[in-house]
Design a protein around this ligand. Sequence first.
Ligand SMILES: *Cc1c(COP(=O)(O)O)cnc(C)c1O
Length: 374
Amino acid sequence: MTIPFNSLRARIRVPNIVSNYRRLCRPGGETIPVIKADAYGHGLVPVARALSKAGAATFAVGSVEEAVALRASGVPGRILSLLGPIDADQCQALWRGDVIPFVHHPDQLRLLADVSRNMDRPLGVALKCDTGMRRLGFTRGDAAEAARIIAATPGLNLAMLSSHLATADDPGDFDYVEAQIQEFTAIRGQLLALGLSFQTNLANSAAVLAHPEAHFDSRRVGISLYGGNPFQGTPLAHLGQGLVPAMEVATRIVSVHDLAAGQSVSYGRTFTAPTDTRIAVVAAGYADAYGRSLSNSGFMYLRGVRVPIRGRVCMQLTAVEVSEVPDVRPGEEILLLGGQGENAITPDDLAEWWGTISYEVLCLLGLNPREYVE
Ligand SMILES: *Cc1c(COP(=O)(O)O)cnc(C)c1O
């Protein structure tokens, strides 16, 4: 679903995602692209298709519906649903679409076992363990029992053991990563001792870049595929070097005018010009998923220059100061995200000004009409 009737265009460079994928592949085991939430705003099917051509054999999406949509697209490969089924209809869709669900609760297992009785083939499932996120998953105390139930149910088999790291991108909290790895390794040991065999994955983007002990035989990478650096702003920022963003967001300038010293612009008069100031009014606002918290703190990119937002971001308009850029005209293109050279605006830059993370910036701006470019 895109935002209709606006001037914003999210331009997606799928080859950049492929280049990031190659950079994230490691010898030994599989790198699984995470393409949930419409591939973090970049488009589920185009991204999956390109990564499949580049060698990806398994894809992780969020909801069962996303998995069904990906299966219907004809892109080959295994599909994981990270959220798993929440009712019998979704269970049936898993069998129809040949989708491997994450299973995090005994009730889900019972539901799957019930539905499996009417199916003509077993379904592979991924056992999701809680090793410290405290969100979803079986803990060390009940993971082995859940695995035993799966193995004993004719309609199910254990395809994968997974867990998710809470602090892999925070160098100040790597002890917690170590504790989660230990907990996960202990659970894995219990399942191996039952004689089960399965694929194992724990690592997200940050762990692929910084925690080789978390790699096991497969990894799930999301944000880094789209050029987000999980370590931006930390002493480990160099680990994300070479990852390239794949989304540029463009819109147009509606009007240009001058403010005399002492005049203010936009609602609430939160910016007053200290001296004569040239303002460009840009067709972008919070209705276009451009965050209002960028008011007086963000920048746009115009002809190689970062131009600062002045005053409040409105519903469909935002003012920027263009005093430093000569002869700016209505109709001219301006970038909210992207650009060339040192002044380019990365998803991490925009996230910092916005007061959020690159994930949210990409998911939200990716709701705008998209165009695919080389
Ligand atoms: C989103 C997600 C990932 C990917 O995380 P990134 O930080 O984007 O690499 C991996 N595993 C699970 C379970 C997820 O939900």
